[in-house]
Design a protein. Structure first.
Length: 208
């Protein structure tokens, strides 16, 4: 039985015994009581072992409660995530009976849910931001192409006795495919396409 007590003392030398000073004091008190008794019965030894087991179990529950309290307000930070994960690890190490004694276990579950929600919202905002940047980049590129087309390949045509500013998309000897400022494409006779507005106005005046 003495070997059993020593073995149990080895068990409580882990992280819970180190953290909980009260449990250590209770263990030392039990040791002193054991040494003071020269002759002990097996029942007394069993009682000591049971007392130590209860003290160890109580200490573990206290540590878990403290770990959960340390989470505080849930924030989307690595530090806060580490606290949540740490508390979950300690809680999962408890027996089913010990878990029932954790008074703030619902706080842990709520913290995990809140962190997941914050992470999801953050990821959604990030995706939308990237998507917005991509769309703006595409629109900017289209605007640059539009400017190049209309200022680099600008021509004037006469349509329905009106002079229109267009850019040439394709041309041959007789017909040109052009695009208006409103991105409307149409075909006109090559002879009705002019390099300058003055040429178009001169041609239009002849018809009048």
């Amino acid at each position: 039985m003495i070997a059993q007590i020593d073995s149990y003392h080895g068990k409580i030398g882990g992280k819970y015994a180190i953290i909980d000073e009260t449990m250590m004091a209770e263990r030392n008190e039990a040791n002193n009581d054991f040494v003071a008794k020269a002759n002990v019965t097996s029942e007394e030894i069993e009682a000591i072992v049971t007392e130590l087991e209860e003290a160890f179990s109580t200490a573990k529950v206290k540590v878990v409660i403290q770990k959960i309290e340390e989470i505080g307000e849930v924030e989307l930070t690595d530090e806060n995530k580490a606290k949540i994960d740490d508390a979950r690890e300690y809680y999962d190490s408890l027996s089913d009976e010990e878990k029932q004694l954790v008074s703030n276990k619902t706080t842990l579950a709520t913290a995990e849910e809140d962190y997941t929600t914050l992470k999801h919202d953050h990821d959604v905002r990030l995706v939308l931001t990237i998507l917005g940047i991509v769309i703006c980049s595409i629109l900017l590129l289209l605007a640059i192409i539009w400017l190049i087309l209309f200022f680099g390949f600008r021509r004037y045509v006469i349509v329905d006795n009106q002079i229109k500013w267009v850019c040439i998309l394709s041309k041959d000897d007789k017909v040109c495919t052009v695009m208006s400022l409103k991105f409307k494409t149409f075909k006109v006779e090559a002879e009705k396409v002019f390099k300058t507005k003055e040429e178009a106005e001169e041609e239009l005046s002849k018809k009048k």
